[in-house]
Structure formats: structure tokens, C-alpha cells
Design a protein around this ligand. Structure first.
Ligand SMILES: Cc1cc2nc3c(=O)[nH]c(=O)nc-3n(C[C@H](O)[C@H](O)[C@H](O)COP(=O)(O)OP(=O)(O)OC[C@H]3O[C@@H](n4cnc5c(N)ncnc54)[C@H](O)[C@@H]3O)c2cc1C
Length: 517
């Protein structure tokens, strides 16, 4: 993907696009992939880097949602379990099985969670990832050696999926591009164009790198801006009622010694009734999350002190060695777009919603990462009907995601690139590009160059937060990598020393928010 080429596609086209998507998170990118694969002309505009919003900040689970079982939302669980299976089938380089243990410290927990998780297996049907079973105390400790053994009675093991969210997003962008889609980052939609009857018939946007204003005519405009949904709806109707409310969740990242082994811990009921996971991810342990209502959305939400304390205290109850603030290598925060209802945010709808404003603007929001494909299918079906677009069947159920590689486990630290790993290995043979950028993380200089040449990375933050996951794994290490990464980017993008200095300064300021002091 080359940004210059994408912008040329935008400028060169005279006739309206079938679909213009606003928002480059999981929801919008899913729509772009679906539309492009159906042969529709589609352009996607992202205000920042692809995945800058919630879609790089999830718990990294591809799951049916054990919690929704408890709420009795069987259709939601079944549909998500099916999507979980399709995601692993179509992107095996980025989606894997993961074993989870629910530890039992009370006599009633084994039968209660044992039966619940059997139902979870049953609902997955042919999309199952493995059968759950009860474990003795010794078996539980063998799989989760770091677990607190005092009063432990046993556990229940079950299977779900895990992924790298930002990497999947980049590969979805590449999939859309492979099918003829046009995707532009750093290009916010600034307004909606209207015809004489008031119907939305295009989008105005700004190229943030040059300041160029763009007018992009469209038959249908899809608003997929997550927690920013209502601000885009109000571009068409300033009085539009609020559709989405926001809740924040944080994750703390520790080194792998807190978990040991390859099994995740699932705490089904924390002291305030939430679910907490501690999962192995890229050689680290990620613990989260929280659910705190937030007034106004932001692209860089900050953790609250009480959220940090809550995750630390809850984790401490389950581990022999309680993690402390000093053990936190990174903290990251995401905002959930929840479709508005009454009461506590954790009780709001987790289903997706398609909403059509009187202006014809189609909004898709809610849902979760796991269900992005199904959400996209639904949105494009609606867009075809409403926009009278060429009718074509959805093809994404069996559409391989860019980089698909059945044998990806053999690719080592380059596994997340799938079939692109070969090209990165070739780049790494150049002496200057084969070097690891920091001893604590596996990333190579070649990955930075690849991110610019093939994945449309534009800044130090893009490379360290999403194209590699350095910032999310170890904020100190990411800070140390900023300067060499900026120099590699400058050489690729033709930028000067002043640009390098400004990039490093900006990144270091941002990365401070990912540290816990
Ligand atoms: C803490 C947390 C943990 C989660 N864990 C999981 C999990 O483990 N598994 C799971 O399946 N789901 C999980 N989810 C849910 C999942 O992450 C979200 O449902 C999903 O990422 C939402 O994607 P989105 O595309 O709707 O929003 P976003 O990813 O936020 O994308 C919206 C994009 O729109 C862009 N934008 C805004 N305004 C404009 C504009 N004017 N022009 C252009 N672009 C614009 C933003 O920059 C942003 O990139 C989690 C959510 C949270 C908050």
C-alpha cells in the first residue's frame, strides 16, 4: 500500500464512489474489505493511523463472550463463536487458540463454571476450539504455575481465540487494497456533502500531511467512527440524538514471569462483578480490563488511578507473587462504543447496531472485534439496498486475509506477517536492517522499513504502537527505540533532521502516558 497512490486514486476519480467509509478501525475496515471483495468501488478515510482508536486497544480475545452466556444472550454468543471460527480459518497467522483456566476456590465453582463452559462448547458446534474440562488442583497448578495455591480446589479449562488486533487491522487494510479498495490514513472527514433534497452524497476531507482539501462524491456514506459516531452524525444533523455512550477499559502489561506457561487466567467475577483476564501475549502477560463510564471520547484516553489499583489488587489475589506498580511495563486504554440504553455501562448492548439517519447517512457501531466481519456484511447489505448499488453477494466468510499462511508458527517472531515474512527476511539481509532495535523486544530495523513501504506507516508512533506493538508491551523500551526508528522513517520518507527531532519529542511525550510511575 502506498499513500501517494491512494491519494491519486481519490483525485483521479470523477464519478461517485459506491461507498465512502469514515473510520479506519475494525468496523470500517471490515466494511471496506467486504465492499471491495464484492467488486464495489470503496474508499476509506481514517483521521489518524489505521487502528489508532479502540481497535488496537482490545483485550486481544477472539471470543464468544463467556460473560454474555451468564446474561442469557445466546444468539450473540453463538454468532460470535461462529465468527471466532471464521477468523481463525481466514487469518491463521494472526488468530490462535488459547487455553483459559477459571480457578476454583469455592466448592460450587467447579460445577457452576463447568456446566456453563460445557454449554459454551456446545454453542460453538463445528466452530469449537477444544472441549472444556474440570482439572484437579495439581493439574491446574501444572498449567498455571504462578497461581495462588492456598485454598485452591481445582479449575476449569476452556478454549477461546487470541489475536494481535492492530496487526489484523493492517492486514485487513491490505486485503481491501488487494481487492481494489482505496484507503487513506491521516485524512479526516471534515464534512458531509448534500444534494438538493438534503441527502448525503459525499464527504469532504483533509489530507493532514499537505492540508489539501478533498471532495469525495459517494452513493453511500458509511459512518464507522466508534466512540466518535455521534460527532459524524451531527455533521449531517446537528440535532441528532446521542446513539453511542463510551466506557473505558485499561490493561496492564507485565513480563511473562507473572503467568508462566501458555495458559491464560480468567476470573469470572471480580469484587465488583466484572470479568478479568490475564493472558500471555507476545512474550508478556496482559491483565485487564475495567469498565468505567467516560463523558467525552478521545483518541488517547488516560488510565484512572483507581483502575490501575483495581487491576493490580485483583491480580494480586490470584498470583503467588503479587504484581506491583513497579512491575508494570505498559498501560493501555481503550474506549468501548456502547449503544445507548439505561443503567450501568456493562449492562448496555454489546450487539451491533445499524442506524440510518434521515439524511441517508448509514451508521454502524457497537459489536466487538470478533464480530467485525458479520457487522460489515450487514452494513454492506444495507448500503446496497439503500444506495441502489450493484447487487453482489458477500464473499468474506471464506476470504483469506492478506498474509494468510497455514504454517505461520514456523515464522518465529515474524509470524504476524504471515506470507509477507519472507519479504521482511530479505530486507533484513541488508546489514543495516538486520539489527534488533532493542534487546527486550524482537523487532528488527527491517520491520520499520517494511511498515513504511508496504503498510503505510507515517510516524514513529505508527511503527511503535501498531505496526510493531513495542509501546503496548514495554513503554520504556519503545522510548529507547524512538530515535533509531525516526531515522529509518526519515530515510524512507525523505524527511530532515528537524522532522526526526520533532517525531522523537512527540513520541516520547505520548509514551509517558503508557508508563505507570
Ligand atoms: C478495553 C476494551 C477491550 C476490548 N476487548 C475486546 C476483545 O478482547 N475482543 C473483542 O472482540 N472485542 C473487544 N473490544 C471491543 C472492540 O475493540 C471494539 O468493538 C472495536 O475495536 C470497535 O471498532 P470500531 O472500528 O467501531 O472503532 P475504532 O477502532 O475506535 O475506530 C474508529 C475510527 O474512526 C476514526 N475517526 C473518528 N472520526 C473520524 C473522522 N471524522 N474521519 C475519519 N476517521 C475518523 C478514529 O480515528 C478511529 O480510528 C474491546 C473494547 C475495549 C474498549
Amino acid at each position: 500500500m502506498r499513500r501517494e497512490q491512494m491519494l491519486r486514486n481519490l483525485r483521479d476519480r470523477r464519478e461517485p464512489w459506491d461507498i465512502v467509509v469514515i473510520g479506519g478501525g475494525a468496523t470500517g475496515m471490515g466494511v471496506a474489505v467486504d465492499a471491495a471483495a464484492r467488486g464495489l468501488s470503496v474508499v476509506l478515510l481514517e483521521a489518524h493511523d489505521f487502528g489508532k482508536g479502540t481497535s488496537s486497544r482490545s483485550t486481544k480475545l477472539v471470543h464468544g463472550g463467556v460473560r454474555y452466556l451468564e446474561q442469557g444472550n445466546i444468539p450473540l454468543v453463538m454468532s460470535a463463536l461462529k465468527e471466532r471460527g471464521l477468523m481463525r480459518q481466514n487469518a491463521p497467522h494472526l488468530v490462535h487458540d488459547l487455553a483459559f483456566i477459571v480457578p476454583n476456590y469455592s466448592w460450587w465453582e467447579a460445577p457452576f463454571y463447568g456446566i456453563g463452559l460445557k454449554l459454551y462448547d456446545l454453542l460453538a458446534g463445528k466452530y469449537g476450539f477444544g472441549a472444556s474440562k474440570l482439572l484437579s488442583k495439581a493439574e491446574t497448578l501444572e498449567r498455571l504455575p504462578a497461581l495462588e495455591p492456598e485454598n485452591l480446589l481445582g479449575g476449569v479449562v476452556y478454549y477461546d481465540g487470541q489475536f494481535d488486533d492492530a496487526r489484523l487491522l493492517i492486514h485487513l487494510a491490505m486485503t481491501a487494497a488487494d481487492h481494489g479498495g482505496t484507503l487513506v490514513n491521516y485524512c479526516p472527514a471534515t464534512g458531509l456533502m448534500r444534494d438538493a433534497d438534503g441527502y448525503v452524497n459525499g464527504v469532504t476531507a483533509r489530507d493532514e500531511e499537505t492540508g489539501e482539501e478533498l471532495s469525495i462524491p459517494a452513493r453511500m456514506v458509511v459512518n464507522a467512527t466508534g466512540v466518535f459516531t455521534d460527532s459524524v452524525r451531527r455533521m449531517a444533523d446537528p440535532d441528532a440524538e446521542t446513539l453511542v455512550v463510551t466506557s473505558q477499559g485499561i490493561h496492564l502489561v507485565f513480563d511473562r514471569s507473572f503467568l508462566k506457561g501458555d495458559t491464560a487466567l480468567m476470573v469470572p467475577k471480580t469484587s465488583d462483578g466484572r470479568v478479568l483476564f490475564v493472558i500471555p501475549w507476545h512474550g508478556h502477560a496482559v491483565a485487564g480490563t475495567t469498565d468505567t463510564p467516560v463523558d467525552a471520547p478521545s483518541l488517547e484516553p488516560r488510565p484512572l488511578e483507581e483502575e490501575i489499583e483495581f487491576v493490580l489488587e485483583t491480580a494480586a489475589r490470584f498470583f503467588v507473587r503479587p504484581p506491583s506498580r513497579a512491575d508494570v511495563l505498559a498501560v493501555f486504554v481503550g474506549l468501548r462504543p456502547l449503544v445507548k440504553g439505561e443503567g450501568k455501562t456493562s449492562a448496555l448492548s454489546r450487539d451491533h447496531v445499524i442506524h440510518v439517519d434521515t439524511s441517508g447517512l448509514l451508521t454502524i457501531t457497537g459489536g466487538k472485534w470478533t464480530t467485525y466481519r458479520h457487522m460489515a456484511e450487514d452494513a454492506v447489505d444495507h448500503a446496497i439496498t439503500l444506495g441502489k448499488l450493484p447487487d453482489a453477494e458477500c464473499t468474506t466468510k471464506n476470504l483469506r486475509i492478506h498474509g494468510y499462511a497455514a504454517n505461520s508458527a514456523e515464522l518465529g517472531s515474524l509470524e504476524v506477517y504471515g506470507s509477507d515474512a519472507e519479504a521482511i527476511r530479505t530486507l533484513a539481509q541488508e546489514p543495516a536492517l538486520g539489527a534488533q532495535l532493542h534487546p527486550a523486544l524482537p523487532y528488527l530495523a527491517a520491520e520499520v522499513v517494511w511498515a513504511v513501504r508496504a503498510e503505510m506507516a507515517r510516524t514513529v508512533e505508527d511503527v511503535l504502537a501498531r505496526h510493531t506493538r513495542a509501546l503496548f508491551l514495554n513503554a520504556e523500551a519503545a522510548i529507547a527505540m524512538a530515535e533509531p526508528v525516526a531515522r529509518l522513517l526519515a530515510a524512507e520518507l525523505g524527511r530532515d533532521d528537524a522532522w526526526v527531532a520533532a517525531q522523537v519529542k512527540e513520541f516520547v511525550e505520548l509514551a509517558q502516558q503508557y508508563r505507570v510511575v
